[in-house]
Design a protein around this ligand. Structure first.
Ligand SMILES: [Cu+2]
Length: 193
């Protein structure tokens, strides 16, 4: 664990130096949550308050969030969940903590959907540091990951925020060992991609 903590920032730093090498969504995301400044913690609290309404899936659907593919997992030990994406938010070049591009729910075997996380997204053609002159995107002080292996999706920057479910791998990790896709329901295993 300690070693991973030391190595990860080094890898991130190196890939920044090398010009943001595209990363696949792996279980080795930004794992252990770094110490967050008070300002960031307050922001996350505000976001939680402003987005509590989306615990209700019907409210999310009315706000423009549509089901995207099926439940994502990484092998059998880690889940991400079922994404609902707001096409308008995902299509722009803005990252607003209060307006997550995707909501992530854990589907339960009985059919209920539990809000567990958000995913902030901006497409690489909308936010290309080389073409736009902007720095690579960050949110909550975290760098977004450039992801190459999302099915049916062009190159996209993404950052998860597990603010509705505890994630022992970290607040911003890609997958959560406490979340799963119910067996017998369709799902997408990202570990083979
Ligand atoms: Cu996700």
């Amino acid at each position: 664990m300690k070693l991973r903590k030391m190595i990860l920032p080094a890898i991130v730093g190196l890939s920044l130096l090398l010009g943001q090498l595209p990363a696949s969504v792996s279980a080795q995301g930004p794992t252990a949550t770094p110490e967050l400044p008070d300002k960031t913690m307050r922001l996350i609290d505000d976001v939680r308050g402003a987005t509590a309404q989306f615990r209700d899936l019907d409210t999310a659907k009315k706000a423009g969030y549509d089901k995207f593919l099926t439940c994502f997992r990484y092998g059998d030990k880690r889940g991400m969940g079922q994404h609902y994406v707001n096409g308008t938010l995902a299509g722009d070049d803005v990252l607003d903590p209060m307006k997550p591009e995707a909501l992530v729910y854990e589907p339960r075997a009985d059919g209920t959907m539990i809000l567990v996380a958000f995913e902030y997204l901006v497409f690489a053609d909308k936010w290309d540091p080389k073409k736009t002159g902007r720095a690579a995107p960050t949110l909550y002080g975290q760098p977004l990951m450039l992801m190459t292996n999302i099915p049916d999706t062009p190159l996209v920057w993404g950052l998860h925020l597990w603010l509705w479910s505890y994630n022992p791998e970290g607040l911003f990790a890609n997958f959560n060992p406490l979340v799963s896709c119910p067996s017998g329901m369709p799902s997408i295993d990202m570990s083979g991609m």
